[in-house]
Design a protein around this ligand. Structure first.
Ligand code: MN
Length: 295
């Protein structure tokens, strides 16, 4: 297994850990972006506040371990995610959204923000937003597994997907064998406690990559206490994508067009009710990066 160290990224005074894309690993299946926020306690008066911004060509997944997050989008979607709730937004040809701590939020947060690249056949799909307040649970030996999205052990979580994939939140109380889809590649991110995989103790805030081929993954707690890990998987994404800012595309020209549309107030609609200005796109310097050019 390959260990990927996080990159610390400053998001307007909030430091998050970026696990995807990284130089060592750009994608895990169609999963092309993973940020871990926290766990942290907010100082008095501080909160998360990401003003309206656009997306194309991807789905976003928000999964909280602690705290709450309010989502508002240009389709009129308005929902507060709490631990156990899936926020799944399909950007398709274009959507805008804002994310912020709701009023009277718990002063702590531990959150995962993920993006899924849409395959060529669906990347122009109509935008949509889904909130699911509970997720199916699977018992695997000494583990309780919440299937966040996709399918694990024959259990499918409600939520629209466009290519074969899985995301699962695994709570481990002893040893467990987690069944895998053999033609998927997988990623594992320890979230709390200490976990051993194939005899190796996982380092917190690192993403571990597993190539396709394994029928199962043997996980074990290190010290007898409970541990929690995120499992991501999917069929290797056979398309070369281009990423810049909040956009996933295939060609730099599409990125430039999406940026222009956002700046001109076209295509993405308006996030109503958000009390503040929307984000300006950064200047487009150089060419957008092709994150899976190396893989
Ligand atoms: Mn976003």
């Amino acid at each position: 297994m390959q260990a990927i160290a996080p990159q610390l990224v400053d998001l307007g005074g909030l430091t998050v850990r970026r696990l995807l894309p990284r130089a060592a690993r750009r994608l895990v299946g169609p999963w092309c972006f993973l940020d871990e926020v926290g766990p942290l306690a907010f100082e008095a008066g501080r909160r998360i506040d990401v003003p309206p911004h656009p997306h194309i060509g991807l789905q976003t997944v928000t999964w909280l371990l602690e705290g709450e997050m309010r989502h508002r989008d240009s389709l009129g979607g308005d929902s507060v995610a709490r631990p156990g709730t899936l926020h799944l937004m399909t950007a398709g040809r274009g959507i805008a959204h804002a994310e912020e701590s709701p009023e009277h939020a718990t002063p702590r947060v531990h959150a995962l923000q993920l993006w899924i690249a849409l395959p060529e056949s669906h990347r122009e799909t109509a935008p949509a937003f889904e909130a699911h307040v509970d997720r199916p649970m699977v018992a695997c030996d000494g583990a309780r597994v919440a299937v966040i999205l996709g399918e694990l052990a024959g259990i499918r979580a409600e939520g629209r997907t466009f290519s074969p994939l899985v995301a699962a939140d695994i709570t481990l109380a002893g040893a467990a064998e987690i069944p895998l889809t053999p033609d998927f590649e997988h990623g594992l991110l320890p979230l709390s406690g200490e976990v051993v995989v194939e005899g190796e103790r996982l380092e917190r805030h690192h993403l571990y990559y597993f190539a396709p081929g394994a029928p199962a993954l043997r996980l074990q707690v290190w010290d007898g206490a409970e541990a929690r890990v995120l499992l991501l998987g999917g069929a290797p994404f056979g398309e070369r994508i281009v990423m810049w800012w909040n956009f996933v595309a295939r060609a730099p020209e599409e990125i430039a067009a999406a940026r222009e549309d956002w700046q001109a107030g076209r295509r993405f609609g308006e996030v109503r009710g958000y009390p503040g200005a929307r984000l300006d796109a950064p200047p487009l310097r150089g060419r957008p990066v092709a994150p899976n050019a190396m893989s």
